[in-house]
Design a protein around this ligand. Sequence first.
Ligand SMILES: *Cc1c(COP(=O)(O)O)cnc(C)c1O
Length: 470
Amino acid sequence: MIQKDLLRKIPKMDEILNDDKLRFLMEEQGRKTVVDAVREVLDEIRSEIFALAPEETEAFQSKLTSAAAAIRAVLKVEEKGKPHLRPVINATGTILHTNLGRAPLARAAAENVARLLPGYSNLEYDVPKGKRGSRHDILQETMMEMTGAEDVMIVNNNASATLLVLSSMAAGKEVIVSRGELVEIGGSFRIPDIMEQGGAKLREVGTTNKTKISDYENAINENTGALMKVHTSNYKVMGFTQEATLEELVELGRKHDLPVIFDMGNGLMVDLSPYGLDEPNVPASLETGIDVILFSGDKLLGGPQAGMIAGKREYIEKMKKHPLARALRVDKMTFAAMEATLMLYRDEVLAKKEIPVLRMITEEKDSLTMRAEALAERIREANPALKVRLIDADDQIGGGSAPMFYLPGKALALSSDEISTAELEKRLRRSEPPVVGRIHEDELLLAIRTIREEEYEDVVRAVGAAKDSE
Ligand SMILES: *Cc1c(COP(=O)(O)O)cnc(C)c1O
């Protein structure tokens, strides 16, 4: 049989579209989607025929049925119907994994988004008064209750918050910052650059390792607009070091009638020092009497991507009216997720249980061990050929927070005599949903801390399917 004969035997479009499976699919997904998929399948079949070796042509005939083409079209429509953004199982042990979307949301936050989004809402409508309201009021009460802040504003992320704060509080003025705190957060977000974007002039004081409160005081002049402290969230200067405390800065600001700004970064809302995590938290920072603090919504706060600005009303009022406010404002999805997350902080025990980031940070060793054993047991059953060990492995906060802080964790260490660890890693990563672990000394580590119990089944299925052949 020659290729020309095969080409003639390719089923026709109409014939394929008559297949029951496709007729059903058309009702679900629309005619165009299905016709396009069939056309792609027909193109593929043609290319396959041209690529055949002479001795393969005979066998290929059996593939040229309209039923076979229809099945291929169904798979194609299914593949194309999958969103590109999809769930991934984080088995890395890094809690705020930037590549994997930073903070997973609390169930209450996800439910609030799902509840609000299909319909309309009072985003900017004052229901009792029957007139226009402000989206800025939505989080006010809850934030005030949680943190004691007079006023609050939410923008797209903490980078936006920094830009807005500097633009509205210090444009054309000098902002005094310690040389030890000229942070690069990542990408092109660097404090000196953002300062320039905000129209403020950076006035560096002190040295990399030591900055005293007197350094700030000596730099104050008639053109000073604000004093600013930046939390060095992603690095630590160790050894012979000194920095001015928030309390000292607040006192100095009062003395010279200058506002004090704190870019806190991580957004921690509770004290986690009993867990060894020595990071500033929002309520304690505000208690110093600081004028404005800003922080991320999706780092240690555990909410959606956002930048939170909290503090004195006189400054935040101005930010709300600034032209940038409109450019940086967030959608109702963010409000819905943030409000529900903040509400969980009314009770610290509840927050640690319900907010995934806090739950993961505070999970006890015993619980990790128990969960790791349970998952290992199921994995051994699903794939008896695999070697599964339980090991101690350090987990991390991630997301550029607390770089020197390690959480003693538990991991499943997998290896196989049949396939390489690299191949095992690849197969798990390419399963649906992808399971992302890390290779350490020729074993694939799955850290239990970042795997939810609801995900065990998917992990077990992925590992079960990662057997020798293929
Ligand atoms: C993370 C961080 C930022 C940037 O926050 P995003 O929400 O990622 O934009 C700014 N400042 C500090 C100190 C940070 O830690």
